[in-house]
Design a protein around this ligand. Structure first.
Ligand SMILES: [Zn+2]
Length: 453
């Protein structure tokens, strides 16, 4: 008899389903780890969850995180950071760690094996471009790297690529289906600024924005834009920091370079002057550029209207002890953020800066598309993997250092109240976080290969 109604594994009922182009009240059903049906009327399911007053979104895809595992587990590790991600509504990350770069297919395989039982959520891996090993790029892309990370300046121990090296890299990538994510700061300008500041005896926190200047970022973007105009590789400018960098991206686009642009929550929430008070706890690069509210409003506007393609965290934590262990020159760059990024965007939506649909587009659909994971990830369509987050758009919460799950144990947003928070997260239909409780062990998350595999 075939007329028995199909029984789904899981139903999320009475919620508002939010996709990148619209929202609708309805019921979403999961079977075999995939989205199996979306219906206006309830259907039979083995387990149902009442999502009344909640938003149902595809799980967030954070394409730029550093979980330091392997690399520096004293700063972060995959079991901890992926648990923080699950609690925060992130169901896939694409990870790369500078302290243990992945440059070859063998290094990617080794890292993938190491992480086999270490992630709560699904994960992709990126590879590093190394100036003298550009011939390894084809192999590492074939092994499943989701993108190639390139630096224009020697940073975090990763050697910078000169224009000629970048030209060679983008020539190779033109035939490969993965993009290049470029950290854009001009080496000669950061080097010369460092020399001058050190010669003047400076070691106060005020060195950070002078050392990592607007000019260094904007000139590097201009050079990358010139290369991207000549070569058909796909190029993403990482962590676009402010109005000047955005204008440089726009100029390159007008000149015919199809640049994509990423930004991060720190450029939407933090001011340049904060480094003077908080020192190493605001040392990240490129640094915050905003002088005040109006500059932050401009970045939010760019995010809302599409000048920015997607949001990623650039989660790069260090503990308070590590941030205090040395001069401002020597301590690690980077901020924690995986615990708070979705809420920063939801808070922006609540405040009317952008729509909830745009939040889904910026932090789920677009990164999945750019890095070859769509429509398996980043979609609420039937057939997509059932990576889902239930969001309470009205939940007010105060960010406190003691609630941060990341090994960092602190947040640059501590003390702020955000409106909107993930309340339940599912990876391929499995509940991985329920409120503050992480419900699934490391090993639940699987490796997701990039488009070249
Ligand atoms: Zn980064």
């Amino acid at each position: 008899m075939n007329d028995a109604p199909k029984m789904f594994d899981l139903g999320l009922e009475n919620g508002v389903l939010v996709g990148p182009t619209g929202r609708a009240y309805g019921h979403l059903y999961v079977s075999g780890g995939r989205i199996a049906a979306i219906a206006a009327q309830p259907l039979p399911a083995a387990e149902t969850v009442d999502a009344r007053d909640l938003l149902v979104m595809p799980g967030m895809v954070d394409a730029h995180v550093h979980f330091m595992d392997p690399g520096d587990p004293s700063r972060e590790d995959f079991p901890t950071a992926s648990a923080a991600a699950a609690r925060a509504g992130v169901t896939t990350v694409i990870e790369h760690t500078h302290a243990r770069p992945v440059r070859t297919a063998a290094e990617l395989e080794a890292k993938r094996t190491h992480l086999n039982d270490r992630s709560v959520i699904d994960f992709g891996l990126a590879a590093h471009a190394w100036p003298d090993r550009l011939d390894a790029v084809d192999g590492v892309v074939g092994a499943g790297a989701a993108f190639i990370k390139a630096f224009t300046c020697t940073t975090h121990g990763v050697p910078g690529l000169r224009a000629a090296d970048l030209h060679a890299l983008l020539t190779r990538l033109a035939d490969l289906p993965v993009p290049c994510l470029v950290h854009a700061e001009d080496e000669s300008l950061t080097e010369e600024a460092e020399r001058a500041l050190r010669a003047a005896g400076r070691d106060d926190p005020g060195i950070v924005p002078r050392w990592r200047s607007r000019a260094a970022e904007e000139i590097a973007i201009a050079v990358v834009g010139q290369l991207a105009r000549r070569l058909p590789a796909r190029v993403v400018i990482a962590h676009v920091s402010g109005a000047g960098a955005l204008a440089e991206v726009a100029r390159a686009r007008e000149a015919g370079a199809p640049l994509l642009a990423e930004t991060c929550p720190q450029y939407l929430t933090l001011l340049e002057a904060e480094v003077l008070e908080h020192a190493a706890f605001r040392k990240f690069t490129p640094p915050a550029r905003a002088g005040g509210r109006a500059d932050l409003d401009r970045m939010w506007h760019a995010v809302a209207v599409g000048d920015i393609d997607y949001i990623a965290t650039d989660h790069a934590p260090a503990t308070p002890a590590q941030k205090r262990a040395g001069s401002i020159w020597d301590v690690h760059f980077g901020l924690p953020g995986i615990d708070t990024t979705l809420s920063v965007l939801l808070d922006g939506a609540q405040a009317g800066r952008l729509t909830y649909e745009r939040v889904v587009e910026l932090y789920s659909q677009r990164p999945a598309q750019v890095y070859g994971l769509y429509p398996r990830k980043g979609s609420l369509e039937v057939g997509a993997e059932a990576d889902l987050v239930l969001v309470d758009p009205k939940q007010e919460w105060r960010v406190r250092d003691e609630d941060i799950i990341s090994r960092a144990g602190w947040s640059p947003l501590a003390g702020r109240t955000l409106v909107g928070r993930a309340v339940r997260t599912y990876v391929r239909g499995r509940l991985v976080a329920d409120g503050d409780e992480v419900k699934a062990p490391p090993g639940t998350g699987r490796f997701v290969a990039g488009a070249g595999a």
